[in-house]
Design a protein around this ligand. Structure first.
Ligand code: 5GP
Length: 143
């Protein structure tokens, strides 16, 4: 997949962005089409299209920066009451820009924004079956 997206241009300074944070590995800037006021994106500077391509250490930094920003948003003029994190990995998950990005979404009561799907009541046997399958793959990754 072509690793270059508009986010690479933003990292390189070739496209404009309203930046809120930058270090050697991570950049955070306001989303151009915010879901709620103050919605921003935290991205790795490296052009990783998916989580599979992203160094887990950098992935951890995305969360750390998102965590700091979540606290800052509450104290800023955004003055939200809560925050959602959202990350779309893959077309089926709704990913549109193929450069990993963590959405940080400020929330206030009654803002009308919703991320939840329709939950179903699961059977314990199904949960156990899928849990054992994921555990097996994780264990294979550790070998
Ligand atoms: P996705 O659906 O891939 O999780 O989200 C992509 C996000 O990137 C969208 O929320 C969209 O508004 C944002 N976005 C797309 N192009 C630009 C851009 O050029 N600048 C900024 N700041 N955000 C962008």
């Amino acid at each position: 997949m072509n690793p270059y997206t508009i986010f690479s241009d933003i990292v390189a300074g070739r496209a404009p962005a309203s930046k809120v944070y930058e270090d050697d590995d991570v950049l955070a800037f306001m989303d151009i089409r915010p879901w709620t006021p103050g919605h921003l994106l935290v991205i790795p500077k490296v052009a990783a299209a998916s989580l599979a391509e992203l160094d887990p250490e950098i992935g951890g930094k995305l969360f750390q920066v998102g965590q700091r920003i979540a606290l800052a948003l509450r104290q800023s003029e955004v003055a939200c009451d809560g925050v959602n994190f959202f990350l779309a990995d893959g077309i089926a998950a709704g990913q549109e820009v193929f450069h990993v990005h963590l959405h940080v979404i400020p929330r206030t009561s009654g803002d009308g924004f919703g991320l939840r799907g329709r939950p179903v009541n699961a059977h314990r046997a199904d949960l156990d079956y899928l849990a054992s399958s994921v555990r097996r793959v994780l264990a294979e990754g550790d070998r």
